[in-house]
Design a protein around this ligand. Structure first.
Ligand SMILES: Cc1cc2nc3c(=O)[nH]c(=O)nc-3n(C[C@H](O)[C@H](O)[C@H](O)COP(=O)(O)OP(=O)(O)OC[C@H]3O[C@@H](n4cnc5c(N)ncnc54)[C@H](O)[C@@H]3O)c2cc1C
Length: 349
């Protein structure tokens, strides 16, 4: 700590079970909720970035141990339309807003662009972190600008979309600048009248066909996405989970072809001339893990990529299971899985 902070209330030994969607037990040595830019400035003056852990909805975190850091719970609230030009509206939302609430609000405002990203849990401020994506759309497709506190210099900065280092489930905020910036506001570039419908994903097409919708509005697409997700993914309120535990691995085309010779049903998505992305869920399913349970933790029977906590599981048990899955996939297919979830605490080897 660089200097004392007088303006905010701090909880010592805060129980974090209700603050992570896995529902695992962990406790924070110090915890505070930040509600205003002023409070963030005070924290930035008092702490070094390495001493802080920013917490949004806790839906992409696994506490393997207690975070040995000051936990900052992002509660910055507010959203609005900043400008309308031609077919484009710039919308700004504070980082502590709930992501799905922002999506439904934008649809009520008649704006398009966020519909495919419906029902992704968590906060607006965490969305740039891993460039959230679903059903053929990523945040980077609609992001205009990010406003953040540089916890190293104590200065407010902004990043245009091109400066965020976005890639598949990654950004500069998750890699080279991990922990350095507190994302306080996200600005999005949405459509007003002429919307582009991204419905090429088979599941969306089928869902719209069942509903006899030929020319879907953004709201129709959102309704379809919500219905698919509710069927496909376990609800973290009922069964602890953090969505996809691993990223879909990007492998050389040669590796893909080699696996495909043995398993002709393996699909792939092009990345560049040399590499393709293959579904981690397929790899896990084909090592026999889908639906398995080891004590209090397991793999969802609905989706092989979703590791679950049956109630009393610990972060260490979930991580031990993840390592077993990784080892099985490496042994059978020669492919290394990388966690998408942020691991907090010391990793047992
Ligand atoms: C059922 C389920 C389904 C999911 N489906 C998807 C999906 O389809 N696509 C997808 O991309 N993700 C998905 N996720 C993952 C998760 O919803 C997203 O990653 C979401 O953006 C996490 O938001 P959060 O506020 O919960 O972040 P947290 O878990 O609180 O934090 C995640 C990381 O971001 C950092 N962070 C959080 N807020 C900030 C901030 N304001 N500034 C800087 N750093 C910050 C944290 O320190 C941490 O490292 C799913 C999760 C669940 C449980």
């Amino acid at each position: 700590m660089k200097e004392a902070i007088y303006s905010i209330d701090v909880d010592a030994g805060k129980d974090l079970r209700g603050f992570n969607s896995f529902g695992v037990q962990a406790s924070a040595p110090a915890f505070t909720s930040v509600h205003s830019p002023r409070e963030i400035e005070a924290v930035a003056r008092a702490f070094n970035p390495d001493d802080l852990l920013i917490l949004g909805g806790g839906s992409n975190m696994l506490f393997i141990g207690n975070p040995q850091k000051f936990v900052l719970h992002n509660q910055l609230i507010g959203r609005g339309i900043m400008s309308r030009t031609g077919n484009t509206a710039i919308v700004a939302a504070a980082g502590g807003e709930n992501w799905h609430d922002l999506v439904t609000w934008s649809l009520r405002m008649g704006l398009g662009g966020l519909e495919n990203l419906s029902l992704i849990p968590g906060s607006v401020g965490a969305a740039p972190m891993q460039n959230i994506g679903a059903y053929g759309v990523e945040l980077s497709d609609v992001l205009h600008r990010v406003r953040a506190m540089d916890l190293k210099t104590g200065k407010w900065v902004h990043f245009d979309a091109g400066d965020c280092g976005f890639g598949y489930r990654t950004s500069r905020f998750k890699t080279v600048d991990r922990g350095r910036y507190f994302i306080a506001e996200v600005q999005l570039q949405l459509t007003i009248n002429e919307h582009t419908a991204f419905t090429s994903y088979g599941a969306i097409k089928q869902e719209l066909a069942i509903r006899n919708i030929i020319k879907p509005t953004p709201a129709d697409i959102s309704t379809a996405v919500v219905a698919i997700r509710k069927r496909k993914l376990p609800d973290p309120k009922k069964l602890g989970n953090a969505g996809s535990f691993f990223k879909n691995p990007i492998v050389p085309r040669k590796t893909y072809q080699h696996i495909r010779e043995r398993f002709p049903d393996l699909t792939s998505y092009p990345v560049d001339d040399q590499n393709v992305k293959i579904p981690a869920a397929w790899l896990i399913e084909n090592t026999g893990w889908k639906g398995k349970r080891l004590g209090q933790v397991g793999i969802s029977p609905k989706h092989a990529l979703v590791l679950v906590n049956h109630g009393k599981g610990t972060g260490q048990e979930i991580w031990a299971l993840a390592r077993q899955i990784k080892a099985s996939v490496l042994e059978r297919f020669g492919v290394e899985l990388e966690p998408e979830v942020n691991l907090i605490g010391d990793l047992p080897q």
